[in-house]
Ligand binder design. Structure first.
Ligand code: AMP
Length: 177
């Protein structure tokens, strides 16, 4: 692990049984509150991300914290992938299963053009359901997910394999548990 990655990992707290019993919640608030934490996380995420992309797509809400500055640094626009009922224009909607229950993500239909190459960004990869649903929205607009970058990967939940099964083979994470 690089010194940067070690500093980042030291700032991520594990909160057992939040928000439900059995979940090991990875809390990034100390990372965000530390003077160098967010900077170090962004540098590490940019280092593993391609720069030949046309847009960054970020997933509400912790994904926005990382995707917005990455879009600025990569000199491309940001596409917000949001929870339902937040975007005012015509949207694509994609449902997906969570560990308990289900959820939906939405994206403006005109957010991307066919053929555009997209870097997909979120805070954490667990089962992969969230990122796979986001990728489906991007694909419904005719665009292509070139790469996915997350800060944290929970390897026991096999999200990387679920993403590969969905055709998403190019995935980078900085800190793994
Ligand atoms: P999944 O769809 O199972 O890959 O879950 C990923 C999404 O749920 C991310 O947007 C995370 O913010 C959130 N999430 C899932 N598990 C955790 C966890 N243990 N700690 C923090 N966030 C989590």
């Amino acid at each position: 692990m690089s010194a940067t990655t070690e500093r980042v990992k030291a700032l991520i707290r594990n909160i057992p049984d939040f928000p439900k019993p059995g979940i090991q919640f990875k809390d990034i608030t100390a990372l965000l509150g530390s003077p160098r934490g967010l900077y170090d996380a962004l540098v590490a995420m940019l280092e593993v991300s391609p720069d030949n992309i046309d847009a960054v797509a970020g997933i509400e809400s912790r994904g926005f914290i990382f995707s917005a500055p990455m879009a600025v640094m990569l000199h491309v626009g940001l596409v917000p992938i949001r929870k339902p009922g937040k975007l005012p224009g015509p949207t694509f909607e994609q449902g997906f299963d969570l560990e308990y229950g289900s959820s939906t993500l939405s994206m403006h239909q005109d957010a991307l053009q066919p053929g555009q190459r997209v870097l997909l960004v979120d805070d954490l990869l667990a089962s992969g359901g969230t990122l796979i649903a986001a990728a489906k929205l991007i694909e419904r607009a005719g665009a292509v997910v070139s790469h996915t970058t997350v800060l944290i990967e929970l390897t026991d939940l096999n999200g990387r394999q679920a993403m590969a099964d969905a055709g998403l083979n190019s995935v980078s994470s900085i800190v793994t548990y």
